[in-house]
Each structure stands twice: as structure tokens, then as C-alpha cells.
Design a protein around this ligand. Structure first.
Ligand code: AMP
Length: 444
């Protein structure tokens, strides 16, 4: 099966071809014809299954072929995402798919100034990607009208509910035109999601694809606990010790990428970075140079790293753990491809314990820890396991008040000064979802 046989127009086929998408994934094969036929969808599919293209590509085709030009302060399609990272990521994919189409796309989310977003919306946008809270703010400030909306996508609906957006979703529901196409994507289908689907969807086609959430067993994975501030030093140490030749390194932020690249280049190491702030041409050049081994270390953020396909990559290093647990699978999936074996090493500090726990829960395995001599962390990384529990060391019991009595008292279990646990960061109990909210906070 090809994208052409699914009925996609040439500019979309060309864009997918450029991205290296040759064959539709199962969710794409099922969703694309149904969306093109105007059906509502209820799809059980996780990140990693190709679900973004499954809804975005046919949606872009419908917007190109049907409907009026977008009006001022309007959107013709709305994609709701739980976090700003996902909104950015989905928008980046949509923009890539739409690169040869006469359509405009934009992403809005909280945590940044609303004014530029209001200005941008003045002319209207064909596809708006949004987090729920900011969408409502824009609507209430009359910066956005939804009466022209043809298609609504709820991406990662279960996570939106987990993050406490049910009230926002109910409000958005009231703002929508009755006649529209609605596509709902969710990794799981709880009663709450089914209720939401019952309200929002009209005779939906149900699609289910098996999750790709178990990491390939051709990748040897391990974790090195370390204090945050010593990560760069540890990275260089491991690199020299292991004589790493070609390494793809993931950092959480754009600044993190730049800082590590600067540090490595300062040491005379042949490194380059790619992230969303860099122009596409620069990113492509860095990637090409990495692929041809002109660059030894390529440092990337998740957004920029999407879709990277590098043959025979032996090693992936997570300099920081990803905010979204599923991204761990994407990241390490860059090695150990096509039957080759690979290695994935994660440098983990105490602050990241909840992320580590979420990854272990998602991949259903406890990652082996290797303590590197001379880099043992002062801030201990609490024990984790695949059940999602973070095991805190028992606190040192308080000294009982001196009462003057010399009798034998129960003093609890005392810890010799020699065995006092190193200072622990304050860690909230881990939530039983493999996801971290960095987007808008729930308003109580
Ligand atoms: P998603 O589940 O939408 O987050 O996509 C997961 C990854 O698969 C992304 O890096 C996409 O760029 C990539 N992808 C999606 N569809 C295809 C396809 N048909 N062929 C190759 N890669 C794809």
C-alpha cells in the first residue's frame, strides 16, 4: 500500500516522500480514507504509531479541496493537545505535511505572551494547534471565532483529562459549531473518554492499533545516576572512556543543546546541535554531516529529532530524560535498527526520578543502573521500578526530647552517622501516568 493508493493529492505525497514516509503505518492506512470520506473517528493509538499524520494529512487535504477561505480571527481546523511541547511538536509535523499546500498553520499555548498570538490570528489560520486553556483565553478575548471550524481533533484525549482539562473541554465543546468533523485520539479508553466521545462524536469509526510502547530488545539500555551539574563532565568522561565515535545525544531544551555543544566544541570535540530554533537548512546540514561522520556528536532536542533516521547508529545518549515518556522510545529507537544492536545510555539526576519512573512503567522494565566511579551523585536518585513507584529511603527518625529519665526507651531505628543517607531532593509521589505536564496547570 502507498499513500497514493489512499487517495492523497500530489503535494501531500511529495511532502511525505521528502520526510521519508514510504508506506502508511496501520493507523494511517485506516484513518486517512475514513477522514477523507468525512467520518468522525475514535482512534486508540499512541505516540509512535504515526497518528499525527493519520489525522493531519487527510485534514489538510480536505481543507485544500473543500470549504471557503479562512476568515479573519478564524480557524478552519483545530487540533487540541495536552501540553505546549506536544502542541509545538504536532504543529511542526503539520507544517511539514502542509509545506506544498496553500494553507496557513499556527500553534498557541500558555506560558508565553498572548499578544503576538492575537496578532497572528487576525488574518485567520487554516490549522490551529492549541492547548485548551490558551484556546479559551483567546476565544474569550474575541481573538478567535470558531464558527468556520470544519474539523476538530482531540489529540491524546486521555492525557488532557489526566491533566485536568475536562472543564476546559466542556467549555470548548459549547463554543463549537454543531456541524463539524471530529477526530478523537487516545492511548486508552476510560469511561470518562467514552463519555467525552459520546458527546463530541457522531457515528464514529473506531480504530485500534497495537501500541508500540515496548522498546526494541536489540537496544541495550542503562542509566548512570549523576548530579545535574556534573552531567557535562560525566558525558565527556564516558565518551573518552568508551571511545565513542558516533553518538546522538538528546537534551531537553534548546539552551541545553547549545550549552553542551559549546562545551564539547570548547574541548575540541567535533560536535553540532539541532533544535527548533535553528533554520531547517542548518539542521539538515548538521544532520547530513553527522550521517557522513564529519560530525561525531550530534546533540538534539526531541522536536528536532523527530523522524531522524540514521543507519547503523550505535549509541544514543539521553543527556536529559524526555518530558514525555513515549519520547524515550522514539529516542532509543534511533539505534538498534534493522536488526543491528545498539546502546542507549541515560544520565539521570535526582530531579528526573519521576521521568525515569514513567519510562520504566511505560517500557515495563526497570532500567539497570551503573554507578560511574567518581561521579556518584550527592543527591541520590531514589529507587524506581516498572510499577511506577518511587521508593524513598526512610527518613532518619527524629531524636526524642531528652526527658531526663535514664530508663530504656524505644528510640526507633537509629542510623549510625556513618550510614546517614545523602541529602534527598523533595520528591512528590509519582503519578501513575507516564506523562509529565509542562503545559498549563489545572485551575482549581
Ligand atoms: P507520531 O506517532 O505521529 O508521533 O509519529 C511517530 C514518528 O513516526 C514520527 O517521527 C513520524 O515522523 C514518523 N512517521 C509517521 N508516519 C510515518 C510513515 N508512514 N513512515 C515513516 N515514518 C513515519
Amino acid at each position: 500500500m502507498t499513500f497514493a493508493t489512499l487517495g492523497l493529492i500530489e503535494p501531500l505525497q511529495r511532502a511525505l516522500d521528502t520526510l521519508g514516509y514510504q508506506t502508511p503505518t496501520p493507523v494511517q492506512a485506516q484513518a486517512i480514507p475514513a477522514v477523507l470520506a468525512g467520518r468522525d473517528l475514535m482512534a486508540a493509538a499512541q505516540t509512535g504509531t504515526g497518528k499525527t499524520a493519520a489525522f493531519a494529512v487527510p485534514l489538510l487535504q480536505l481543507l485544500t479541496m473543500e470549504g471557503p477561505k479562512v476568515a479573519a480571527n478564524s480557524a478552519r481546523a483545530l487540533i487540541l493537545c495536552p501540553t505546549r511541547e506536544l502542541a509545538e511538536q504536532v504543529h511542526a509535523s503539520v507544517a511539514e505535511y502542509a509545506q506544498h499546500l496553500p494553507l496557513t498553520t499556527y500553534a498557541v499555548y500558555g506560558g508565553v505572551s498572548i499578544n503576538p498570538q492575537m496578532m497572528k490570528l487576525r488574518k485567520g489560520v487554516d490549522v490551529l494547534v492549541a492547548t485548551p486553556g490558551r484556546l479559551i483565553d483567546l476565544f474569550r478575548q474575541n481573538a478567535l471565532k470558531l464558527n468556520q471550524l470544519q474539523t476538530l481533533v482531540l489529540d491524546e484525549a486521555d492525557r488532557m483529562l489526566d491533566l485536568g482539562f475536562s472543564e476546559e473541554l466542556a467549555n470548548i465543546y459549547r463554543m463549537l459549531p454543531k456541524k463539524r468533523q471530529t477526530l478523537l485520539f487516545s492511548a486508552t479508553f476510560s469511561d470518562e473518554i467514552r463519555t467525552l466521545a459520546g458527546q463530541m462524536l457522531n457515528d464514529p469509526l473506531s480504530i485500534e492499533v497495537s501500541p508500540r510502547n515496548v522498546a526494541a530488545n536489540t537496544v541495550k539500555q542503562w542509566v548512570v545516576p549523576v548530579d545535574k551539574k556534573r552531567k557535562p563532565e560525566l558525558f565527556v568522561h564516558l565518551m573518552r572512556k568508551g571511545r565513542w565515535k558516533q553518538v546522538l545525544v538528546f537534551a531537553k531544551t534548546r539552551n541545553g543543546v547549545d550549552a553542551l555543544v559549546d562545551k564539547l566544541q570548547g574541548l575540541g570535540i567535533n560536535a553540532d546541535g539541532i533544535h527548533g530554533d535553528k533554520p531547517q537548512a542548518t539542521r539538515q546540514r548538521a544532520l547530513d554531516r553527522f550521517k557522513s561522520s564529519d560530525v561525531q556528536i550530534l546533540v538534539a532536542t526531541d522536536v528536532a529529532a523527530r523522524g531522524l533516521d540514521i543507519e547503523d547508529l550505535p549509541l544514543v545518549v539521553n543527556f536529559d530524560l524526555p518530558i514525555v515518556a513515549e519520547d524515550y522510545i522514539h529516542r532509543i529507537g534511533r539505534t538498534g535498527r534493522a536488526g543491528n544492536t545498539g546502546e542507549a545510555i541515560s544520565l539521570v539526576c535526582a530531579d528526573e526520578v519521576n521521568m525515569l519512573s514513567a519510562i520504566e512503567m511505560l517500557t515495563r522494565q526497570t532500567l539497570t543502573r551503573h554507578m560511574e566511579q567518581d561521579f556518584e551523585p550527592e543527591h541520590r536518585v531514589p529507587d524506581t521500578d516498572a510499577s511506577g513507584q518511587v521508593v524513598k529511603k526512610p527518613k532518619k527518625p527524629k531524636k526524642p526530647k531528652a526527658s531526663g529519665g535514664g530508663g530504656k526507651r524505644n528510640l526507633g531505628k537509629w542510623v549510625d552517622s556513618g550510614e546517614v543517607a545523602p541529602a534527598e531532593p523533595s520528591i512528590k509521589p509519582v503519578r501513575k501516568v507516564p506523562v509529565f505536564n509542562t503545559g498549563p496547570r489545572k485551575k482549581k
